[in-house]
Design a binder for this molecule. Structure first.
Ligand code: GLU
Ligand code: MG
Length: 637
């Protein structure tokens, strides 16, 4: 989750004193990059995925599963055996927020040829195998989005107690600082978010009301005034960054041919975020309870919400400059391409000085306002050794602000003096249990970018509608029951949209809306007379492409999974987990995930991931069988 500097982190008070310096130089750094590479056109399509993993340990005797706080050690060993020995090593490993997490990516980005779609799953398997081989017999590498008993007593190995006292990084009642990655960036982020906000972060997730769930559901925290104030009835209360950033996701980054193609893709994919997030839903449980949401998004959003009471609109502005309507982790607030301009209907708070400065430097309104909007935020971490930089050749200050704006999409300028092109990152997806599923979601999204570019598709709708979709997408079973605003006519009929962006055909918006409410099934699979469906479009694209038989077969399998998830023929992981818990003998229909339930659930997840259990409800049957089955934890259920 971003740049790691070594050195001595500054406190919030000190960081704040340098905030204007960081912003000013961040903008200079951006300008250097922009002017150096704005005209670059030669870049080719490349892309790569990022998978975040959790390390867990099973205690078979006591039927418990816990997260293992040794991500740093496992990461070190993986890098030592991998990239440091061999620059062409097929995998790359990076730290993540939790000290029980690691992140893996392919060693080299994938290129533009179709056959590369057939190597994604193998690479993910390799990652799972590599990391699993460093674990003990009873440990496992899991791709689950949220650990169901995160923050419950004794949820870590080794056992660590939370320290809700002055001096702690998160001061959480539930989440010990030891569960935060040991690199100082992460605890500093945690502490500085809390200090900037002026109080602990507040996360309230609606509880799922089952037959025996107390109503109203009220937890009391007599020892903590902030918790007493913050905890809402009928909600699961959480109070630490770790409850959000300690979750895992699946991301895809694309390199575009040019800045204008990157801006176009950024916009188009932004409309797809809520749809694919709902399709990937896999996080129904928080702090040992069954919740009423299926996706992590709002939880992370609240977990890093550093806005002050003034900025949140709870007090008149006195010490702060703006009211800010969203957390730093949230959906995007403005489109970047010319075609997006007319759909920019969200009030955009921006740093006026920065905006004017960027305009004066020849940057267009849309890009200038995008950057000036990101730059309303303060830097959250700063290292003493990294205050004075060479703005022409470094970009740490720009990246400081950029990489702590965790939005659904990220528009990424090239690093200075590199041959990397303009990139966009697709960030909403939840991670899936198996490499097969993760490959399916990744390939689906990458293929979608191909058809968007080849057929010049246009998915844009007013951005406020995309925000409404984000809310719907997180609800329980949104895939089956949610209705989403989606554009009716996505075919612009061959007008050159990337550079010139035609507006010719939409002079008559008055009589009919360009968008309407659709189910995910309609959006993905199509509906006669309403919408062609993304999968049918991808299928027709594939028919016209030269693809070897094996690759085609893999791709069709991936698309079949997506298609069936969308139609409801297959379950999302969230639905499957809910049903698993509901049927568990230890479940009392009271929305409580006990240690034993958690143990059975994660054991089954691990067996599915390692192909020791089949799970037709989730995966269907008849998909290509895997070659690897390597985890030793085995099927002791
Ligand atoms: N783990 C975060 C998520 O689930 C993303 C962190 C990152 O940006 O890498 O969205
Ligand atoms: Mg990450």
């Amino acid at each position: 989750m971003g740049l790691l500097s070594q050195g001595s982190p500054l406190s919030w008070e000190e960081t704040k004193r340098h905030a204007d310096h960081v912003r000013r130089h961040g903008i200079l750094q951006f300008l250097h990059i922009y002017h150096a590479v704005k005209e670059r056109h030669k870049d080719v399509l490349k892309w790569g995925d990022e998978v975040e993993y959790m390390l867990v340990a099973f205690d078979h005797q006591n039927k418990k599963v816990r997260v293992v706080l040794k991500g740093e050690e496992v990461l070190e060993a993986l890098q030592e055996k991998g990239e440091r020995k061999n620059p062409n090593h097929p995998t790359l490993w990076r730290p993540e927020y939790g000290s029980y997490m690691i992140e893996g990516t392919p060693g080299q980005p994938y290129g533009g040829t179709m056959s590369e779609f057939n190597t994604v799953e193998d690479n993910m398997r390799k990652r799972r195998q590599e990391a699993s081989s460093l674990l003990k017999e009873n440990e496992a590498l899991c791709t689950i989005t949220s650990f169901p008993r995160l923050g419950c007593p004794g949820f870590t190995v080794p056992d660590c107690k939370p320290t809700p006292v002055e001096g702690g990084a998160s001061k959480s009642l539930f989440f010990p600082d030891e569960a935060i990655n040991k690199h100082p960036r992460f605890s500093t982020l945690t502490r500085n978010i809390r200090h900037r906000r002026g109080e602990k972060v507040v996360i309230n997730v609606p509880i799922f009301k089952d037959k025996n769930t107390p109503f109203p559901f009220i937890e009391t925290f007599p020892q903590d005034d902030e918790a007493v104030q913050a905890a809402q009835p009928n909600h699961i209360y959480m109070d630490a960054m770790g409850f959000g950033m300690g979750n895992c996701c699946l991301q895809v980054t694309f390199q575009a041919c040019s800045i204008s193609e990157a801006r176009y893709l950024y916009d188009q994919l932004a409309t797809i975020c809520p749809i694919v997030m709902a399709l990937s839903a896999s996080s129904p449980f928080y702090r040992g309870y069954v919740s009423d949401i299926d996706c992590r998004w709002g939880v992370i959003s609240a977990s890093v919400d550093d806005r002050t009471r003034e900025e949140r609109g709870l007090e008149p502005l006195k010490n702060n400059s703006y009211r800010i309507s969203k957390s730093r982790y949230d959906s995007i607030d403005s489109y970047l391409s010319k075609c997006g301009e007319k759909y920019n209907d969200i009030d955009l708070t921006k740093d006026k000085e920065i905006y004017e400065r960027l305009l004066k430097e020849g940057i267009d309104h849309l890009l200038a306002q995008h950057i000036a909007h990101l730059f309303i935020r303060d830097p959250l971490t700063l290292f003493e050794e990294k205050i004075h930089l060479d703005d022409a050749n470094e970009s740490d200050h720009f990246e400081n602000i950029q990489s702590t704006n965790w939005q659904t999409m990220r528009f990424k300028p090239p690093p200075p003096n590199s041959d990397i092109g303009w990139r966009v990152e697709f960030r909403p997806m939840e991670v899936q249990l198996t490499d097969f599923e993760n490959s399916a979601y990744v390939v689906f999204v990458v293929l979608l970018t191909r058809v968007i570019l080849s057929y010049k598709l246009d998915f844009l709708i007013p951005l406020s509608k995309v925000d409404e979709n984000m809310k719907v997408a997180q609800k329980r079973d949104a895939v089956l029951h949610g209705l989403f605003y989606f554009r009716k006519d996505i075919c612009k009929g061959g007008t050159a949209v990337v550079d010139g962006c035609s507006t010719a055909q939409n002079g008559t918006e008055t009589d009919t809306e360009e968008f309407t409410l659709m189910s995910i099934d309609t959006i993905i699979n199509g509906k006669e007379g309403v919408f062609p469906g993304l999968i049918p479009i991808l299928n027709s694209y594939l028919e016209n492409m030269e693809v070897d038989v094996d690759t085609r077969c893999s791709i069709l399998n991936y698309l079949k999974l997506i298609k069936k998830r969308a139609s409801g023929e297959l379950m999302t992981a969230a639905r499957w987990m809910r049903d698993f818990v509901a049927k568990h003998p230890d479940y009392k229909q009271d929305s409580v995930i006990t240690d034993e339930i958690n143990y059975s659930l994660l054991l089954e997840c691990n067996n599915i991931a390692n192909e020791l259990s089949e799970c037709p409800e989730l995966l269907g049957s008849g998909f290509k069988k895997a070659k690897y089955s390597g985890n030793k934890t085995g099927s002791s259920s």
